[in-house]
Design a protein. Sequence first.
Length: 223
Amino acid sequence: MKDKKLEELFNGYFDGIDTPDTSITENAKKFVKKPSVLPRFAKIATVAASAALCVTAAVLITVYSLPVSAPPAADAPDGGETYHDGELLTESVSAYSLSKIDPSLKFIERLSFSPNANVAVSKAEFTDGGLAFVHAKAEFVTTLRYDAEVFVEFTDKTYSPLSGYGDGEAGYYRGMEYALTREVAENGEPINKLFVESGGVKYYFNVISSDPYAYIACLQLLK
């Protein structure tokens, strides 16, 4: 299907160009003399220029034939430097005052007050100082039962058992980007392994439930 507007614009453009008069070009030809014989030095210059052109072409072919290293792929959210248990000091903490440690832990604190939930919490600090993560084990019931393990991480490095969470299938839920890996537990129930990063804090959920969409319940906890 033709675009009439574009056709009018281009026709107008070409209509505005004056083509040269044929008689002018014919007259100009009369004043152009054909060279009779190419002088010897011109022939030598031509041969030299051709040789230079061949050398340049060979160099360009060589350069473009060299293997080009691709830029390194961006790391997954948890694909950087890892740390291990030997670098940590852990202790149990109260689930009812987690927001005093960091506001991002408020959702675990809220969950601990629910009559349908049972929550146990610990925190891990590096031996040389600084909070690594807070770990919570929770059992909670809505219409279904959920057995959840949650890590909230406060460092750019990744706790080694959590490596790979960021490699899951990417998704988007109410303004949050996430990565999801689905597995099956020994009892046949679905496992949802969820990774979310928000405000410089990393959230990891490992949930076993008959609910195949248990990760949605976890995302709703963060909202």
